[in-house]
Design a protein around this ligand. Sequence first.
Ligand code: DI6
Ligand code: FE
Length: 418
Amino acid sequence: MWNRHSFKAMSDHAWDDLWLNARIATMAGDGWGAIEDGVVAVAGGRLAQVSPRADLPRPPAALARRVHDARGCWITPGLVDCHTHLVYAGNRAREFELRLEGATYEEIARAGGGIRSTVAATRAAGEAALFEVSARRLQRLMAEGVTTVEIKSGYGLDLETEIKMLTVARSLGERLPVTVSTSFLGAHAVPVEFDGDAEGYLDLVIDTVLPAVAEAGLADAVDAFCEGIGFSAAQTDRLFQAARRLGLPVRLHAEQLSDLGGAGLAARHGALSADHLEWLSAEGIAAMAAAGTVAVLLPGAFYFLRETRLPPIADLRASGVPIAIATDCNPGSAPVTSPLLMLNMACTLFRLTPAEAVAGMTRHAAAALGLGASHGTLEAGKVADFVLWDVEEPAELAYAIGANPCATVVRGGKVRSA
Ligand code: DI6
Ligand code: FE
């Protein structure tokens, strides 16, 4: 029927943008979900069509206001870095030297260094200065194709500084062209003023800091460090009950240095993710599989702490637990701002395939943030976040070390300038 509606669609163009001459790794389903001679159409900031060019109903110029040549680049979903601590002040290069002389990460933490030294620097930093140093790190992630990033608090450990960190994280998402998801990590370490009184500090977190953070809308999720040098499983359980009463989803640093059963506990709370997992048990895997909790693996921390115990990759795979990969960008265990290097390490250290590694920083990373319905794959209806890579085959993203083949980033349908 020739009605007003169809006339408008034909004359005004149905789409805002149409990218031609692309090879597309949609990352939908298993493997690359590859489309040769593909097209990506965008309307209203969303993907309108992702398909072979042969499926276009009319000539490109009749379909979209702007037609772009992808020059044969591979297009993937925008990278999602689903675990970072990138808002902090100072650095821990001196601790790196101490570790090279033989001190362990745990010894340094127990001697009052480690997280506590970053807490001191972050408490002392003004909000504007904290924004500047954090923005510089975030821009390095963005230069390698990151369009969504998770940022944790946890270097404040008091009301004022936790709020300051999360405020900076939120403003990074407002002032830079990147989507920011925040996690409240008040239970990262026991601050010096509560030395020897983890329960007393946890009371402050649960009764005062968490409710204030939730009230201000500053947290998208609640995280904790469940570890001998962090918080016990019982303490984590208490925090998670409070989080869930406030309607906030949870995630957990679990089984990084020892097995406290954290991943199983997190899964029983319906956690979005359990992260690190070098010491994950068979029971933990089963609980995660049953709950649909994503396993976030952090090869940069594994490498930088020179760990030798691998996360149970084969068993996670066999149990169908989705595996995500992230930078863990933080000053102590992973001073990493290269997501592409993490793809490489996921393959070399953890023996993921390149397609699994890229799925780990797109599809499964989006799921780990609760954004699986809108982000992480190239499918019609999802947010138009994607990257053009100047590579011959998508496995090059995980293969090369120190190359950055990121040619163009499109975020919310718009080309992001460098
Ligand atoms: N595990 C980690 O790898 C980071 N936090 C955590 O709970 C490291 C934090 C730091 O050392 O500053
Ligand atoms: Fe971490």
